[in-house]
Ligand binder design. Structure first.
Ligand SMILES: Cc1ncc(COP(=O)(O)O)c(C=O)c1O
Length: 436
């Protein structure tokens, strides 16, 4: 039986409108989610099967799944193992819509402007790799961005001859200010700058860029430009999503790309791209969508019509659906705890860590101390040790840290919802004992 026969015989042709303009409404049963009492932080921690023998200070690297996400993955996996095609047809439309609605609700945007991806890197590669740039137009990016942004842009430049310019946004991290960053950015914009590609929270230093202020300043530059000339602000937001009390309209960027398998605790292998409706026209899909209507148009079953851009930008092919379809639970898990509460908790733990570290004479902290310019990640050096050695010393004390994967390397700690003030205290004490 081919795809068309299957659709016809099972009477699913009309139902197969995944990601259509009128997304199905949220299934209220599923929306109730299996989230239990999350009033205290120990209850939140209890949702994760993470080893209790370790202090997890690098949990953002790749998510451990909280109970509701694990349960949803198990449920979908069992269904797919039992009857892959039947379960897929029964669930694809509803589940994908559920995920999009949960993401849209969390981010404060329209579900039809969201594309689902497998990671931050896939999102960056798809968006930057498919930018429609005219000859002579420029992509402005920074020397602080992650490998995935830098490489996506380089690959785009290699293929098209587009010009990519990298700049530093500040001179010295210990005196950096919002004003310096915004000022540097705006002075670097040229008439031909069409894309500004930055990272919200730098995984190299923990610096958080003032995206709102950058967007406002760019809006002034763009005031004299036509839609096809505007400089668009594209943000790798992976280390802000699930930490900051985020609503995308408040952030003010044109594109937001993030994995949902780090701070958000979504299923491993999930992520998204959001674009403002005014900005989406610059993006072109690279991988064919499996949106049913797009497929039906291709099969001449229905006349050509507009498909929502989020669906067009969502790569088709079959996925690890048990993971993708469980992503709504991660958004709901965060909503159930409360976005503002999460932000306050993570910042308080990070303040505590920075306060402890700056008092150690053999430690140099490289992350700004202010909450305005930092978020979630604390980077530092310990006199007499290289970063890998410090991570090893911490590991021997049962504390999991990481090293920044950049040309300049620091030790990196990330207090999160999975760490307690006592664990932060123990971590500071452990670093006190790693003497020069
Ligand atoms: C800033 C930044 N962007 C992108 C990535 C890659 O994320 P993903 O694994 O979701 O592709 C990372 C780290 O892993 C990162 O630190």
């Amino acid at each position: 039986m081919n795809r068309r026969d299957f659709l016809v015989r099972t009477g699913l042709t009309m139902a197969a409108g995944v990601l259509a303009a009128n997304l199905p409404l949220l299934d209220t049963d599923a929306a109730r989610s299996s989230v239990v009492n999350l009033d205290d932080w120990e209850a939140v921690r209890n949702q994760f099967p993470l080893s209790r023998d370790l202090i997890h200070m690098a949990a953002f690297f790749l998510a451990s799944h909280p109970a509701p996400v694990r349960e949803a993955i198990d449920r979908h996996r069992q269904g797919l193992d039992d009857n892959p095609i039947g379960y897929w047809f029964d669930h694809e439309e509803k589940q994908e819509a559920q995920v999009l609605h949960a993401a849209a609700d969390y981010l404060g945007v329209s579900a039809t402007d969201i594309a689902l991806t497998d990671s931050t890197t896939m999102g960056l590669g798809l968006l930057y790799g498919g930018l429609a740039l005219h000859e002579g137009q420029e992509v402005l990016t920074t020397i602080h961005d992650h490998y995935s942004t830098a490489t996506s842009l380089r690959l785009r430049a290699d293929r098209t001859g587009a010009f990519v310019r990298q700049i530093p946004l500040y001179r010295k991290l210990d005196v950096v200010s919002k004003e310096e960053i915004v000022d540097t950015l705006i002075k670097s914009i040229r008439p031909r700058t069409r894309i500004v590609a930055v990272t919200w929270v730098h995984s190299s230093t923990g610096l958080k860029l003032p995206i709102r202020e950058m967007a406002d300043a760019l809006a002034e530059v763009n005031a004299d430009r036509t839609d096809s000339e505007r400089a668009l602000l594209c943000v790798d937001g992976v280390h802000g999503l699930g930490v900051e009390d985020l609503r995308l309209p408040d952030l003010g960027c044109d594109f937001f790309i993030a994995g949902t398998h780090k701070w958000l605790f979504g299923p491993r292998g999930t992520g998204l791209i959001w674009g403002d409706p005014r900005a989406w026209p610059i993006a072109h899909a690279t991988i064919p969508t499996f949106n049913f209507e797009a497929y039906q148009i291709w099969m001449n079953e229905i006349p050509p019509k507009d498909i929502p851009v989020g669906a067009i930008m969502t790569p088709g092919g079959f996925h690890s659906f048990e993971h993708r379809w469980a992503l709504d639970e991660a958004f709901r898990f965060h909503q159930a705890i409360g976005k503002a509460r999460i932000t306050e908790r993570i910042h308080a733990l990070n303040d505590q860590l920075k306060d402890g570290l700056i008092n150690l004479r053999h430690v140099k902290v490289h992350t700004p101390l202010s909450r305005d310019l930092s978020s979630g990640i604390v980077c530092f050096e310990v006199e007499g040790w290289n970063p890998d050695q410090v991570v090893e010393q911490l590991r021997q004390r049962r504390i999991i840290a990481s090293v920044t994967p950049y040309a300049t390397q620091y030790v990196r700690l990330a207090p999160s919802l999975l760490t307690s003030p006592e664990e932060v205290e123990k971590t500071v004490e452990a670093i006190r004992t790693i003497t020069p």
